[in-house]
Design a protein around this ligand. Structure first.
Ligand SMILES: Cc1cc2nc3c(=O)[nH]c(=O)nc-3n(C[C@H](O)[C@H](O)[C@H](O)COP(=O)(O)OP(=O)(O)OC[C@H]3O[C@@H](n4cnc5c(N)ncnc54)[C@H](O)[C@@H]3O)c2cc1C
Length: 439
């Protein structure tokens, strides 16, 4: 029998990049062979994926035109498509801006001809908004507050589960397995993957959507196949950040029931990432993320030092050192001041994502093996594109990305250093570990 000329797709990693790609592929090509493989079941209670979370911000307030446009496209799906709508909460965004950020965002909206409910307010006007819940926030050095009523947040884990389930109902095969390495055939092309359990899966197109683990998987594959060009090198940096949730009582929660997502924006000069406070979850928990963003550089393979999540199966994500817990308490105070002193942060998690120096994604063929593609590197801002990012991955697979996106998302490109990127990790996880007494 002649081999099938139809492509088959093996997507490694079922976070937003992988799940969105699977969902878009099976819609575009009903009946196609699309396999999604992940170390966690898509309906597992807890997962290592950065995309799995209680809540993620869904905003389009980008000073970068391309991401602003893309985020507006995604937000439209969250607002109008019955599959996505139940997970989106349009609470609005309240962004304390430093530098010219607010005006850049407004300029982008104007260029796109958008009439969204977006306003730039003085700090004194903004302090009074939303019943004054942010009056004790840190406005040091802030010039304006950008309020965009169109944005909000999504119940991320629930949304990821629902969309993956729909993809499976449409014909995507979901396999739970830990991928040990890529398989490279005699011609040097990527033929599939090998699992830790000794199994293998093959396809004509293998797409790595492996988030923070991507560097390690490529290093392991380089070691097992001898193709050292598979390595990511300095293209990708795995980085962690802490999140924390504080459950509030009915009485404590009352003033925050209609709160927006809050952002503190900084510039590269401040050497601080933007930080935020997320509205109450269904269990009346407020959530923050910290300002410490760190890599975890170790000798994971003999002589090979790179950053990757901790080696434990769950990336040790629930094992949060005291200094990182303090980072969350600090953010709580920066937003709410003394009135938050008795809100106890009970749940902590370290969330791992893949970064590039410019925070651009990588959505590209991999230049070291035919049939191998990379679609990941959310750089702490990838979730909001979930509804549409798979469409762009297909465009990449089919050579139809716009020249601008093809250039920005390329595997091989000129890569500016990270000095202008306030989010880029500038410390190591080791700096924060609890000290263990040595005898
Ligand atoms: C704390 C935090 C807050 C964030 N907040 C926001 C926000 O508010 N808004 C926003 O838009 N973005 C946000 N982001 C960014 C966003 O979550 C990520 O950019 C995005 O989810 C990355 O998606 P991904 O599919 O590339 O990776 P992931 O979601 O990490 O998925 C990768 C998947 O690959 C699997 N995998 C990896 N290696 C293997 C292997 N060897 N074998 C099998 N499976 C494997 C993993 O199990 C995982 O499921 C945040 C990120 C963090 C960490």
């Amino acid at each position: 029998m002649a081999p099938s000329s139809k492509p088959s797709y093996l997507i490694v990693g079922a976070g937003v990049f992988g799940a969105s790609t699977a969902y878009h592929l099976i819609q575009k090509y009903p009946g196609a062979s699309v396999t999604l493989v992940d170390r966690d079941a898509f309906d597992a209670e807890r997962r290592v994926a950065a995309s799995w979370d209680w809540s993620k911000v869904v905003r389009a307030d980008y000073d970068d035109f391309a991401y602003c446009k893309l985020a507006l496209e995604a937000q439209q799906v969250f607002k109008t498509d019955p599959l996505w709508m139940p997970y989106f909460h349009q609470t609005g965004i309240y962004w304390i801006c430093r530098g010219g950020y607010a005006q850049d965002v407004v300029d982008n909206y104007t260029k796109l001809g958008r009439q969204d409910d977006i306003a730039v307010l003085s700090v004194s006007e903004a302090r009074k908004l939303y019943g004054g819940i942010f009056e004790d926030a840190d406005f040091t050095g802030a010039e304006h507050v950008l309020v965009n009523k169109a944005g909000g947040w999504a119940a991320a884990g629930d949304c990821l589960r629902a969309v993956t389930r729909r993809a499976v109902e449409l014909g995507v095969k979901y396999v739970v397995a830990d991928v040990a390495s890529l398989q490279i055939d005699a011609s040097g092309a990527c033929a599939g993957i090998k699992t830790v359990g000794g199994g293998s899966l093959t396809a004509s197109k293998v797409i790595l959507c492996t988030g923070a683990y991507t560097t390690k998987l490529l290093e392991l594959s380089a070691a097992s196949t001898g193709n050292t060009d598979l390595r990511a090198g300095d293209r990708i940096l795995a980085a962690g950040i802490t999140t924390g949730l504080a459950p509030l009582s009915e009485v404590q929660a009352k003033p925050y029931e209609k709160m927006p997502v809050g952002f503190q924006g900084y510039t590269a000069k401040h050497r601080k990432p933007f930080i935020g406070t997320l509205p109450l979850t269904e269990h009346k928990e407020l959530k923050w993320w910290g300002e410490k963003i760190f890599s975890n550089t170790r000798e994971f393979l003999p002589g090979r030092y790179f950053s990757a999540p901790p080696a434990a199966k769950d990336y040790s994500q629930w094992d949060v050192p005291k200094l990182l817990k303090e980072d969350i308490a600090h953010q709580r105070r920066l937003w709410y001041g003394p009135k938050s002193a008795d809100w106890e942060v009970k749940t902590f998690r370290i969330c791992w994502d893949a970064f590039t120096s410019t925070s651009d994604f990588i959505i590209s063929p991999h230049s070291a093996a035919k049939g191998l593609y990379v679609a990941t590197c959310g750089s702490f801002h990838g979730f909001k594109f979930f509804p549409v990012i798979g469409k762009y991955v297909i465009q990449m697979l089919e050579g139809e990305l716009s020249p601008e996106l093809e250039g920005r998302w390329a595997w091989d490109r000129e890569r500016p250093d990270a000095s202008q990127n306030p989010e880029y990790p500038r410390c190591e996880m080791n700096d924060f570990l609890d000290s263990v007494p040595r005898l």
